[in-house]
Design a protein around this ligand. Sequence first.
Ligand code: NAD
Length: 336
Amino acid sequence: RKIGYAIVGLGSYATRQIMPNFASCEHSRIAALVSGTPEKLERYGAEYGVPKTHRYDYKSFDRIRDNPDIDAVYIILPNSMHAEYTIRAAQAGKHVMCEKPMAVSVAECEAMIAACRKAGRKLMIGYRSRFEPHNRLAIDLARSGFVGPTRVITAEHGFPIRPDQWRLDRPLSGGGSLMDIGIYSLNATRYLTGEEPVEVMAMESTDRSDPRFKTVEDRIDFLLRFPSGVTATCVSSYSSAHNQYRVIGTEGWIDMEPGTPYEGHRMRIRKDGQVADRAPPPMAKNQFAGQLDHLAEAVLTGSPIIVPGEEGLADLRVIEAIYRSAREGRAVKIAA
Ligand code: NAD
């Protein structure tokens, strides 16, 4: 059986990346659409064969409760709306896939996890790179010490942001580059080590005279210390183009540039004095279909979710510490 998803928010990521990829899913299908814009409901409803009875707006959203065709919702809204719609979906008895960042605070993440637990429903965060073959291989190689035990990680993510969008409006975004794109640097350091950072030091660089950065940060660079002694040096930026990470071990390095794009990943490895490209074994599904089917399989078979709400919460814990460190100009310890 295929599980039915209600897509909540028909913006760019939903319509350009997620919805087209249901075609290659084995266990997932689009069952319903939720949007505040009637024209979008009409257009995408027709395109994906979603009947009028399965189209909702934000007022009628809670009526998904009465639609047994919907097993799960996929929340692809501005960041500060993730908590509310996750909780409402759980209360309507639905499983939840929620985009990154999970929410805009640790407290919201905890409330989301509690609501899904209380309703007996699954909660997964849209960390698509965990379903992408180069990233999976990088995790295996880094954790098995292929270039020797990991000592240092560098991770950089950023893009020059266009003005006039919710990402630059703190009440909707919850923060600037770190919430949106720097989170990829942070998340990579956590999945490459399999550890939680214990200390962070951060420095923000934002030109407040730039009209884009009235309420959110541009650059925030941060240093993380992990229990094994690994340190990670990370860049998060809304004004420069980066998408890469490098794992440096005692005997070489694993480099991913680009590291977490939608497609076109490249891995290079330096070992025994030689640098060579390395291609992972191909996977049957791309990262988007893999992610969608992962929640579907968990719903259908009870298999574990590798990126549950607790993963989103762990990132938000570090994000709050990064902001605090930058604000207070000192290193901040993170409680285990
Ligand atoms: P977007 O602006 O293209 O889409 C957001 C949608 O939310 C729009 O359709 C908009 O109409 C709707 N919306 C509803 N209420 C709104 C309000 N009050 N203000 C503004 N918009 C409102 O944004 P997007 O790029 O699709 O991002 C949506 C979410 O997906 C974000 O949380 C983002 O971090 C995440 N995202 C994830 C990835 C990824 O690779 N995993 C990529 C892009 C975006």
